[in-house]
Write a protein that binds this ligand. Structure first.
Ligand code: ZN
Length: 209
């Protein structure tokens, strides 16, 4: 199941008003076809019926993966999820993100059963190492190679070029253990685990050594 609603929308290209369908929530177990639409962000694409041009329109959206027990709340303006009457199940990971790219990255990490806190810390450590020789704009989790145990990240540079960087699985295991044993993350709230979270967490981990 995914919840949709319709809204009048003015096309930014031709200024004609048409109706637009908004995806308010996605339950990927009930609507598995939505997974690919999140991966390529087409769930946020809208094509104007008058001029035929496509726009990317980002609305708040709650993504629910029952099999892997997590929810990700996409909130472009940072407003909290209206959680009245919402009782998160025990063992769930609850996260919120601001951008569509962070939304799909977070889902990518959590559906693999990885600890996103460890992944964000790896990204931060990698960025600090790479920054000495390159001008990094963004670092995104790409994949986990089960055969070699290596984690791959996409490094986006200021000139728009992209390259891969890898970190070994034992680094992940060590950081994930540190996070689990030495940091407290509230389980009943939607938490924003990003570069800012990782920066603060790294300070805490250093301070408690
Ligand atoms: Zn149009």
């Amino acid at each position: 199941m995914s919840k949709h609603k319709s809204e009048a929308f003015t096309c930014p290209h031709c200024q004609n008003e048409s109706s637009r369908e908004i995806v308010e929530s996605i339950n990927v177990d009930l609507s598995p076809e939505m997974r690919e639409k999140v991966r390529d962000l087409s769930c946020f694409a809208w094509t104007c019926p008058v001029c035929g041009k496509a726009s990317l329109v980002i609305d708040p959206c709650l993504y629910h993966d029952m099999s892997n027990q997590f929810m990700v709340w996409l909130s472009p303006d940072g407003s909290p999820l209206d959680a009245s009457g919402f009782d998160p199940l025990a063992g769930y990971t609850l996260r919120w993100v601001e951008s569509p790219n962070a939304f799909r990255e977070k889902i990518d990490v959590l559906e693999r059963g990885l600890d996103d806190r460890a992944i964000e810390l790896m990204k931060l450590i990698l960025a600090m190492q790479l920054q000495k020789s390159m001008d990094i704009v963004d670092l995104v989790f790409h994949s986990f190679d089960e055969r070699t145990g290596a984690f791959r990240f996409v490094v986006v540079l200021s000139d728009g070029a992209e390259q891969y960087a890898a970190m070994q699985g034992d680094t992940y295991a060590r950081i994930a253990r540190d996070v689990e044993e030495r940091l407290f993350t509230p389980a009943r709230d939607f938490v924003k685990v990003d570069i800012d979270w990782a920066t603060a967490a790294l300070e805490l981990l250093k301070g408690s050594e």
